[in-house]
Design a protein around this ligand. Structure first.
Ligand SMILES: Cc1cc2nc3c(=O)[nH]c(=O)nc-3n(C[C@H](O)[C@H](O)[C@H](O)COP(=O)(O)OP(=O)(O)OC[C@H]3O[C@@H](n4cnc5c(N)ncnc54)[C@H](O)[C@@H]3O)c2cc1C
Length: 198
């Protein structure tokens, strides 16, 4: 990155100027640099990362994800896969509980870093749903990873073929149904619970 002074003078010396050091700007600059271009990345903030930065932005000592709450997509992104970005300073910081959904009455369901941790949290809210969560994870956990990866590559056919091979048509349709259910209003209880009863 260039300091503001000298910016005008130096910019013309580069093959490309990328404005903004968020995830997209960094990915673009990386690809251009790998293709042999000289790249100038300009960033208005003091550090790069954009909305994907971790910042101490509420109380001293409390660090927050500014934009991204789930790092799974970034970690699996083909834009950075296979590159030793840790050597350049990239570090993923993982909270003990990545996310929580508050519920009335001071309760919450927390997403843990293991299936068991998440299941236990769900079980404290809806008895019986912990086992359903574990069953769903066993059946569809790997498939979701492939599904997410398929959404990030230009030609997702290999992912689609592996997904079909792993699940079969019936389970694939059930997964699609389940994903749509999760977004639907739930008058009869949680989608997990209804899934468990079916
Ligand atoms: C509330 C919220 C939750 C989110 N949750 C997730 C999530 O869970 N998982 C996930 O993967 N994504 C999540 N996102 C999305 C993710 O943060 C964005 O997709 C990502 O940050 C977009 O990257 P970007 O580079 O396009 O833009 P940004 O991250 O916004 O970066 C833009 C950068 O450009 C700089 N800039 C702008 N104009 C100029 C200029 N003229 N000169 C120099 N610098 C400039 C800015 O300072 C900034 O650093 C979330 C976003 C929000 C807001």
């Amino acid at each position: 990155m260039l300091a503001a002074a000298g910016y005008r003078k130096a910019v013309g010396d580069f093959d490309a100027v990328v404005a903004g050091g968020g995830p997209n700007g960094l990915a673009a600059a990386l690809r251009l640099a790998e293709a042999g271009w000289s790249v100038c990345l300009v960033e208005a903030n003091h550090d790069v990362g954009g909305s994907a930065r971790t910042l101490e932005c509420t109380l001293p000592g409390f660090r927050h994800d500014l934009g991204a709450g789930f790092l799974a997509l970034a970690m699996g992104s083909p834009a950075i896969a296979g590159r030793d970005l840790a050597a350049l300073g990239l570090r993923f910081r993982h909270a003990p509980l990545p996310a929580a959904h508050p519920l009335p009455g001071g309760r919450a369901i927390a997403l843990g870093r293991s299936t068991g941790q998440t299941a236990a949290s769900i079980g404290r809210i809806h008895a019986g749903d912990a086992a359903v969560w574990e069953e769903l994870d066993q059946r569809f956990g790997d498939a979701i990873v492939r599904l997410l990866h398929a959404g990030m590559v230009r030609w997702p056919l290999a992912d689609a073929a592996r997904l079909l091979g792993r699940l079969g048509v019936r389970n694939l349709l059930e997964l699609g149904w389940l994903m749509m259910q999760a977004a639907a209003p739930s008058p009869t209880g949680s989608p997990l619970r209804r899934r468990g009863r079916s």
